[in-house]
Design a protein around this ligand. Structure first.
Ligand code: PRE
Ligand code: MN
Length: 386
């Protein structure tokens, strides 16, 4: 407005201009609606052909085709920015469409009472404890551990590896079928269910014939052929998060299993790799409530592999349950110092009883519990053994 124009005379013009702006806003809005509908149609077409939502070349071509000029009232840079915002919104709706359609996000995917395995409900409100040694080593070892697990009320799942994916090929690789048999026999003697890792499709039927729950290890989270083969079986699965995997990737791995017809998938947070060296991995507690927001599948936390040490197991296990975890996985061994794998992170049986009591889950074996003691030896080493 010219400075010499009286303010009273400028106002009707201002109102008029603002009415014009309101009209243009309405037009822009209607055009945006139409554009959005076109983009959704494009999205459907692209999705059915497996194409990505984001297409930077197409965006670049659209911006280049605009008759931008330095004398534009908004200026070329501002107009480019406005279009980029529109493209970003288009990519977002396409991504939302894609991930929103995942089966693992459907609230009716599993029953409200959780996933049933034998007489145990995982995700049914009561935390489930899966405990056992890193590896099956002998019938005697499995018997002692099975007895300790059976003593915990509610914890009816015995874990142990018979096929071990070790970092080094020169370390103990597991007892294979013999180990599967020892795990099964110990569990059966004490009325426990079993969970054990399956490494590949060639041993899948063998492992499935012995185990109640098939574990897909962190290293295999991206093994899509294994995931699909497990999806074709009707067996509960424990799917561990890869140590470099995002939660979106974990959900997509679960989708591989569910898409084949098997919706009995339990997700497992087991720590991710970060720069921190005082723990074996970094336990991502936020993964628990985040996964619960995104999927009805139960979520458990493997505190032993996340931490790689036992002196801080109890507070971290408490944190996992407080964050909403449906259960915990813990490595325990009658004589951790003699263990053939992961000895430094396994609890002895007495410390296991203390852990359970410390969590308020109760134990029928209180006599062996040392009141006031904390879990494991204090671990003051700055380097955690691998
Ligand atoms: C659209 C959206 C995102 C892409 O990055 C490029 C273009 C757009 O909004 O125009 C539409 C679209 O998905 C496409 O043309 O492929
Ligand atoms: Mn282990």
């Amino acid at each position: 407005m010219p400075p010499d124009e009286p303010i009273g005379e400028a106002l009707p013009r201002l109102d008029e201009l603002r009415r014009d702006v309101d009209r243009v806003n309405g037009q822009i809005f209607a055009q945006l609606q139409e554009r959005g509908r076109l983009v959704l149609e494009i999205a459907r077409l692209k999705q059915s052909r497996g194409l990505d939502g984001y297409d930077p070349e197409r965006e670049e071509a659209m911006v280049r085709s605009l008759p931008l000029s330095p004398s534009d009232p908004y200026g070329p840079a501002a107009v480019r920015e406005i279009f980029r915002s529109i493209f970003r919104a288009s990519v977002d709706v396409q991504d939302a469409r894609r991930s929103g359609s995942l089966l693992v996000r459907r609230r009716d995917l599993i029953s409200d009472s959780g996933i049933r395995v034998g007489d145990v409900l995982i995700g049914g409100g009561r935390p489930v404890i899966m405990a056992g040694p890193c590896s099956v080593e002998s019938p005697e070892q499995m018997e002692l551990v099975a007895r300790a697990v059976a003593a915990v009320p509610g914890a009816k799942i015995l874990r142990a590896g018979a096929f071990k994916p070790r970092t080094s090929p020169y370390t103990f690789q597991g007892l294979r079928e013999e180990g599967l048999r020892m795990l099964r026999e110990a569990a059966d003697r004490h009325g426990l269910l079993t969970v054990t890792e399956v490494l590949d499709t060639s041993t899948l039927d063998l492992v499935a014939s012995y185990a109640d729950i098939l574990q897909v290890g962190a290293r295999n989270m991206y093994n899509t052929e294994l995931l699909k083969a497990i999806g074709r079986l009707r067996k509960p699965v424990l799917l561990k998060r890869g140590f470099m995997a995002t939660l979106e990737e974990l959900l997509n791995s679960a989708e591989y299993i569910v898409s084949q017809g098997n919706s009995s998938v339990v997700l497992c947070e087991r720590g991710v790799r970060t720069f921190e060296r005082w723990t074996r991995n970094t336990l991502d507690i936020s993964a628990v409530p985040l996964l619960k927001l995104e999927t009805p599948l139960p979520v458990i936390v493997d505190v032993s592999h996340a931490l790689g040490r036992k002196d801080i197991l109890l507070p971290c296990a408490r944190a996992a349950l407080a964050a909403g975890a449906d259960g915990l996985m813990v490595e325990i061994h009658p004589s951790p110092h003699d263990a053939l794998s992961d000895g430094f992170q396994q609890l002895d049986l007495q410390d296991f009883a203390s852990l359970i009591e410390g969590l308020g889950l109760g134990t029928t074996d209180t006599a062996s519990h040392r009141a006031g003691s904390f879990i494991g030896e204090p671990d003051l080493r700055s380097e955690v053994r691998r």
